[in-house]
Design a binder for this molecule. Structure first.
Ligand code: FAD
Length: 393
């Protein structure tokens, strides 16, 4: 592939944020180049998010990316909360008129990669030592190296879509950025299996042994999680040990009827709340996990990334086509208002459903009282449903 030396927007990272931004800019006639340090196969092999808010579904539809999602995705009208040996349903559709779509991040990424190939967009994988330069000036650049040698890309703007461990946020001067972080004292052990889901909707379980989540990717592929120690390694957990522990944390009906099988993938994820402010530094913008992380309990990570990209695409299109900087001036504030609401919801839902050893017996009693209130109060159920399906823009 020819390596360009000039583009309008250089995008660092080919996760969902980078690929979607590239797609939206291309549709508006704006040239862009994506630089990704991993191979395309590696990016597609990562098992991550699975729940799309209605706003995310709408944006993918508007961008012409929704066809396979509507064929293969599963529309969910609610979720179930399991505690005290019984399950209680939160009816999203009845409470808010909205649903969520279960469609794996891997599938979203697949659709975005296919679309980029179809329009012939430049995406350079296995790009090493990607570095943004001079983003405080009017002439930013990005450099990297690959098997062909060293490269230098001049651009108008740089989008840092390179995730929590990326180079974009790390390139900003320490005194120009503030970060807020909470690391939770546990992780999630996740197992993917080619077995039908135990229940048609997600089950979030608060149990005295710890949290569990029954989720799915399709009608034949399930994704289950249990709260584990941050120090646990997937290899320590045999499939049998995982299924035994999951059954113990479910209500009797689910424990009895769950279909188990060999794990297709098994991994431990840490839980973290993190926000970097601001999200714009001259001509460098952060989007998605590069700027913020939520614990996965509220299913917000991917959805927040899509919301950032929506704002960033609008702002860059305005700047490059209409020569107006109003959008880019407001980018950070617009994103952060939504980000902090999602951070709050993800923190609240994590606090309500997990075992926090340091809060002791009173902590468990208070959780139980809040769960009882949540499932019996129309107002509380509505507040939960509104946040889960995604707040309006
Ligand atoms: C293990 C795990 C499980 C998760 N589960 C859920 C879930 O159940 N629900 C949910 O909503 N969210 C979940 N998330 C969060 C969700 O997957 C992310 O919010 C989403 O991937 C954000 O997309 P992104 O494109 O911003 O970042 P990423 O998906 O992280 O993509 C960033 C890309 O940038 C690339 N990159 C990094 N550094 C560089 C560099 N220096 N140069 C070039 N490229 C670089 C990376 O290789 C990657 O491809 C999970 C995340 C993880 C890590």
């Amino acid at each position: 592939m020819n390596v360009p030396s000039r583009t309008q927007v250089a995008i660092i990272g080919a996760g969902p944020s980078g690929l979607l931004l590239g797609h939206l800019l291309h549709r508006a006639g704006i040239d862009n180049v994506i630089l990704e340090r991993r191979s395309a196969e590696y990016v597609l092999g990562r098992v991550r998010a699975g729940v799309l808010e209605q706003t995310t579904v709408d944006l993918l539809d508007e961008a012409g990316l929704g066809a396979r999602m509507h064929r293969e995705g599963l529309l969910h009208d609610g979720v179930e909360l399991s505690f005290g040996g019984a399950r209680h349903r939160i009816d999203f559709l009845g409470l808010t008129g909205k649903r969520v779509m279960v469609y794996g991040q891997t599938e979203v990424t697949h659709d975005l990669m296919d679309a980029r190939r179809a329009f012939g967009g430049t995406a350079l994988y296995e790009a090493l030592d990607v570095t943004p330069h001079a983003f405080d000036s009017g002439a930013p650049r990005v450099t990297w190296r690959d098997a062909q040698g060293d490269h230098d890309l001049a651009c108008d703007y740089i989008a840092g879509c390179d995730g929590y461990h990326g180079v974009s946020r790390a390139s900003v001067a320490a005194d120009a950025i503030a970060t807020y972080e909470r690391v939770y004292p546990f992780g999630w052990l996740g197992v993917l299996s080619d077995t039908p889901p135990v229940s048609p909707e997600l089950i979030y379980s608060n149990h005295e042994r710890g949290f569990a989540l029954c989720s799915m990717r399709s009608s034949t592929r399930s994704r289950y999680y249990i709260q584990c120690s941050v120090d646990d390694h997937p290899a320590q957990w045999s499939d049998a040990a995982f299924w035994d522990e999951l059954r113990r944390r479910l209500d009797p009906h689910a424990a009895e009827t769950i279909e188990t099988g060999p794990s297709v993938e098994k991994s431990v994820a840490p839980l973290r709340s993190f926000v970097a402010e601001p999200m714009r530094f001259g001509r460098l913008f952060l989007a998605g996990d590069a700027a913020h992380i939520v614990p996965p309990t509220g299913a917000k990570g991917l959805n927040l990334a899509v919301a950032d990209v929506r704002y960033l695409a609008e702002a860059l299109i305005e700047a490059l086509r209409e020569r107006s900087e109003a959008g880019i001036d407001h980018y950070s504030d617009r994103c952060l208002r939504r980000v902090w609401k999602a951070e709050r919801f993800s923190w609240w839902f994590t606090s309500l459903t997990h075992k926090f050893p340091e809060t002791g017996a009173i902590g468990r009693k208070l959780q139980r009282a809040e769960l009882d209130y949540l499932v019996s109060s129309h107002a509380a159920s509505t507040a939960m449903a509104e946040n889960y399906v995604g707040l309006p823009f």
